[in-house]
Design a protein around this ligand. Structure first.
Ligand SMILES: [Zn+2]
Length: 439
C-alpha cells in the first residue's frame, strides 16, 4: 500500500518534504528549508547552522538515517523530485547524501546554480556534487516502481511544476506552489486538466493564501508601476525577488515607457545570464534594457567580475547623477549606499514582494521604514502573489475531483480544511511525520 508522509510544510508556509513510498520505491517530493523552525534558533548572518547534526537535533531537519551528507551510509530514498527552485522547497537538498539523484526542471537547475555560486560557500547553499537530472513538461520519470509526470505551472519563478505521481494504487497529485492569476494561467490550467485525467486518489495542495489574499495580477502590477514611475521626479528604488522574472519584466516595461532603465543587483544579473540560454523565458529581450547596480567593494569575486565584464554598471554616485533615468533594485542591505545616492525630493521606494508576515521580517521592515523616513521616500506596495487565490483553488480542486485532499504549505490548515470541505473529496487534517495510506 503506498503511503505519504509529511516531514515539513505542515502548518507552515514552505519547508515541504513529502515522502511517497510504494513498495520498495521511496521518493521525496521537495526538500525545502523550513524557515519557520530555522529562525526559532538561527538569525542570519551571524548565527547560522554549522552542522547537519545541529539541524537534526533542533528538529529543523527530520531524523532519517542515511539521508544526509554525513558518513557514507546507504541512502534510504531513491530520489528527490523538486517542484520549483524557491529555497523553501529545494534549499536543503544541499545537505543530502550525494548518492541521491535530484530531478528538477532545467530552469530550476539554473536558478539553484546561480544561488549556490553567488552565495558565500556555506553549508546550506552548497549544491556541489549533486547528481541533477533535468526534466520538461511531457516527460515521464521512471523512479523504481513509480512514474512521475511533471507539468509546468505558473508561479513567481521559472521552473515551476506540479507533479503527478503514478503509484500502484492510483495517482497522487502534488501542486507545488501555483497560481491562476499570473502571466501564464494556461500552464496551471494544463496541469489541472492533466491531474483530472489521472483521476487521482490524492491531491496534496498548497493553501498559502488564507488571510489577506489580494486580488491582483501581473498586468495590474505593471499598470501601478507605470502610474508611480511616470510621475516620480527623482530616483525610484525598488525591491523584488531576483528569481521573479515576470516581475522584472513588468519593471523593465514600465521603466522603458517612462524613459528609464532598471539597474538590477549583481546577483540578479548573474542569474539572468544563466537563464538566457533557456529559449522559453525570453531573457535576451530583457537584457537589452538593464544595467547593473555596482556595489562598492574592495575585491570582487570571480562571478562578480564576470557580471561587470558583461554588463554596463552604475555606482551609487552615478545613480545619484542620473536619478530620473533609473529604477534601482535595492534591498535593505544596499541602503547604506543611499547616503551616496542622495535621492532628490520626489523620489520613492516600491516594495514589490510580500508584506512582512512574521516578527523577524517586521523588525527589518521597521528598519526599512526608518531609512525611508530619513531620506524622505514614500513607500508603495505593488505586488501580485505567487500563490493561488482561495476561490481559484476551490475551482481547481473541484475540476480535479480527487478522492482525498491534503492541504499543506499554509499557516492556517484548519481554515483551509473547512474551506475545501464540501467539494466531494475527503479533506485530511495533515499531521507531521504520520504516514497516510493511499488506497
Ligand atoms: Zn513555497
Amino acid at each position: 500500500m503506498p503511503t505519504i508522509t509529511f516531514y515539513g510544510g505542515v502548518g507552515e508556509v514552505g519547508g515541504n518534504k513529502i515522502l511517497v513510498c510504494d513498495g520498495d520505491t521511496k521518493l521525496m517530493l521537495d526538500f525545502g528549508v523550513s524557515f519557520t523552525s530555522r529562525k526559532r534558533f538561527y538569525a542570519d548572518p551571524y548565527l547560522t547552522p554549522r552542522s547537519i547534526d545541529s539541524l537534526i537535533e533542533l528538529g529543523v531537519l527530520p531524523r532519517i538515517q542515511g539521508l544526509y551528507r554525513v558518513g557514507e551510509a546507504e541512502s534510504p530514498i531513491d530520489a528527490v523530485v523538486l517542484s520549483h527552485p524557491h529555497l523553501d522547497h529545494s534549499g536543503y537538498i544541499s545537505l543530502l547524501n550525494r548518492s541521491i539523484p535530484v530531478y528538477c526542471g532545467e530552469a530550476t537547475l539554473r536558478v539553484l546554480s546561480a544561488f549556490g555560486e553567488t552565495s558565500p560557500r556555506r553549508l546550506e547553499l552548497d549544491f556541489t556534487g549533486i547528481e541533477f537530472k533535468t526534466f520538461r513538461t511531457g516527460d515521464r520519470l521512471k523512479i523504481g516502481s513509480v512514474e512521475v509526470e511533471p507539468w509546468h505551472v505558473d508561479h513567481s519563478t521559472p521552473g515551476s511544476y506540479g507533479l503527478i505521481v503514478h503509484t500502484s494504487a492510483g495517482s497522487i497529485v502534488y501542486t507545488g506552489d501555483f497560481r491562476a492569476h499570473g502571466t501564464k494561467p494556461q500552464l496551471t490550467q494544463d496541469f489541472t486538466e492533466a491531474a483530472a485525467r489521472a483521476d487521482p486518489t490524492a491531491v496534496i495542495t498548497e493553501a498559502t493564501n488564507t488571510a489577506g489574499a489580494e486580488v491582483s495580477s501581473e498586468e495590474k502590477v505593471k499598470e501601478s508601476l507605470m502610474e508611480v514611475v511616470s510621475r516620480a521626479e527623482g530616483l525610484v528604488l525598488a525591491s523584488f525577488s531576483i528569481a521573479d522574472i515576470d516581475r522584472l519584466r513588468s519593471f523593465i516595461e514600465a521603466a522603458r515607457e517612462c524613459g528609464r532603465a532598471v539597474a538590477v543587483s549583481m546577483r540578479q544579473a548573474y542569474l539572468l545570464a544563466k537563464l538566457e540560454q533557456d529559449p522559453k523565458l525570453g531573457v535576451p529581450e530583457l537584457l537589452k534594457d538593464i544595467v547593473v547596480y555596482r556595489r562598492v567593494k574592495k575585491v570582487y569575486r570571480s562571478w562578480e567580475q564576470a557580471v561587470l565584464k558583461r554588463f554596463e554598471s552604475v555606482s551609487a554616485e552615478e545613480a545619484s547623477a542620473r536619478q530620473r533615468d533609473l529604477i534601482v533594485a535595492a534591498s535593505l542591505y544596499d541602503f547604506e549606499d543611499m547616503v551616496k545616492m542622495k535621492p532628490k525630493p520626489g523620489s520613492c521606494y516600491i516594495l514589490s514582494s510580500s508584506e512582512p508576515i512574521d516578527e523577524e521580517s517586521e523588525v527589518s521592515f521597521t528598519k526599512l521604514l526608518n531609512w525611508l523616513d530619513h531620506f524622505g521616500l514614500p513607500l508603495y506596495h505593488i505586488h501580485a502573489s505567487g500563490h493561488i487565490l482561495p476561490h481559484q483553488l476551490r475551482e481547481k480542486i473541484a475540476e480535479i475531483k480527487p478522492r482525498d485532499i491534503y492541504p499543506i504549505h499554509t499557516p492556517q490548515p484548519k481554515l483551509a480544511e473547512k474551506y475545501l470541505s464540501n467539494l466531494g473529496s475527503r479533506v485530511v487534517s495533515v499531521a507531521a511525520e504520520v504516514s497516510y495510506e493511499v488506497t
